[in-house]
Design a protein around this ligand. Structure first.
Ligand code: PHE
Length: 441
């Protein structure tokens, strides 16, 4: 465990955890699900899920990680030896694989769009261009491979050098660029319809299933429910305030998602693009806007480069969960573990990519393989993981340990402690169960 303790300072760990949280989930997945599930009401449910479920679970994960000083699997083994809670860690590993299989495909799309921007070949019918690209040939597979190869290199470089430096400089830049795009988007003629769609809740559009999707998105976007934040928690110094760290990570994550929505929906309305256009939404809408901006291709290249990097910082956190398990628990050499893990992800990921066009028969349970992997991870594995984490912290882990962790050994005051316990013990697990059951049935 030589890499432990290698984050320098407060900003380092928050930036790294935010680097994991902020990614395709905010800019690609949030807007497209929001578009398919009726806009404003979905956003509201998503925000409630982040505040009442996401934040407490993130805090619980940070607490478990810092108290045990290890990865998710080992943390449960240390805190509750001879009990099966380590299975939460095992489930997290499964979630890593399923998420990475489609995440790497979308990461590949961002590389294709970087190249299109640089070669100035974004023009014409954007929807057709996008659909031709993802379904037409083996190029998406090539870019998926490239994305995984980049992730592989960063994971091999180790924690502090790779993750920390990139996140610290580039995430604020992404925020700035998004603000510029928001301004452009809302000033397009006809933009107000899109803004209304995003901000005005229409509760008649809300179904059990869309509530489940909003909850799944909260888990996915915050990187919780699979032990990722347990690992990051183990890097947080003892005197840091976990609550404010979790608040900053969740706050910046939500901010980026909402800004992405403001950049996309007004533009979609202005260009007559259906908000429910599906996974291609951001790749169809924003290129149209770039075309209309002075120096648009420069903005476009810049945007897709930053999006790709945001995706990379999330993808390395996902890969790291599995690699650290293999190297620390199974004693496989780190290099070999990384090769094996990335190789398996590519195999599974190939099926995701192919299911979008070349092999349309790759379907199960009424979904193509890509959507199936997405559904299994975000709407099943992460909420189930989150459920057991709350049960563990609320009912199993001794309160003394949790209080000690959240108050940094009594040196900080944690005013919301009783409320936190109330949420973690009763509200969050019950709410997850209700949403889960009403969404699946
Ligand atoms: N939160 C990341 C995103 O929004 C995805 C992710 C999920 C990363 C789970 C790690 C763990 O893109």
């Amino acid at each position: 465990m030589t890499i432990r303790d290698s984050f320098s300072g407060r900003f380092g760990i928050i930036a790294a955890a935010a680097g994991s949280a902020i990614g395709l989930g905010n800019i690609w997945r949030f807007p497209y699900l929001c578009g398919q599930n009726g806009g404003g009401a979905y956003v509201l449910v998503y925000l409630i899920c982040v505040a009442l479920m996401g934040l407490p679970i993130m805090l619980a994960e940070f607490g478990i990680g810092r108290s045990a000083q290890s990865n998710a699997y080992r943390a449960f083994r240390i805190l509750s030896p001879r009990r099966p809670w380590y299975l939460i860690g095992v489930m997290g590993i499964l979630a890593s694989f399923t998420i990475m299989s489609f995440y790497s495909a979308v990461g590949g799309w961002t590389i294709e769009y970087i190249i299109r921007s640089i070669t100035n070949s974004i023009s014409g019918d954007h929807a057709m261009q996008f659909n031709d690209f993802i379904s037409g040939s083996y190029t998406p597979l090539f870019y998926q491979f490239l994305f995984l190869a980049l992730s592989f290199c960063i994971v091999m470089m180790g924690v502090s050098k790779g993750i920390e430096k990139t996140s610290k400089i580039l995430m604020p830049l992404l925020l700035l660029l998004l603000i510029v795009l928001c301004i452009r988007s809302v000033t397009l003629p006809g933009a107000s319809e899109g803004l209304k769609f995003l901000l005005k809740p229409d509760f008649s559009k809300l179904t059990g299933n869309s509530i489940l999707l909003a909850m799944g998105q909260a888990f996915f976007s915050l990187s919780i429910g699979m032990g990722c934040m347990i690992t990051y928690g183990s890097y947080i110094k003892r005197n840091e305030d976990l609550m404010s760290s979790a608040g900053m990570v969740a706050g910046s994550d939500v901010l980026i998602a909402i800004l992405a929505g403001i950049a996309i929906f007004p533009a979609a309305a202005a260009f007559n693009i259906e908000p429910g256009a599906g996974p291609g939404l951001v790749f169809i809408t924003l290129p149209g806007m770039f075309e209309q901006m002075a120096g648009g291709m420069i903005f476009s290249a810049f945007f897709f480069i930053l999006l790709c990097i945001a995706a990379l910082t999330s993808s390395i956190s996902l890969i790291e969960v599995v690699v650290s398990f293999c190297s620390e628990e199974m004693r496989i050499k780190r290099g070999l573990a990384t090769v094996l893990v990335v190789g398996c992800i590519f195999l599974l990921g190939t099926l995701c990519s192919l299911s979008l066009g070349l092999v349309p028969g790759l379907r199960m349970f009424g979904m193509n393989f890509f959507d199936l992997m997405d559904f299994i991870s975000s709407n099943l594995l992460l909420p189930i993981g989150g459920f057991f984490i709350t049960i563990y912290v609320g009912w199993v882990l001794r309160k003394r340990i949790t209080v000690k962790e959240l108050t940094s050994d009594g040196s900080l005051k944690f005013t919301g402690m009783r409320f936190f316990y109330f949420l973690i013990k009763y509200i969050v697990p019950v709410a997850i169960l209700i949403v889960f059951i009403s969404g699946i049935l």
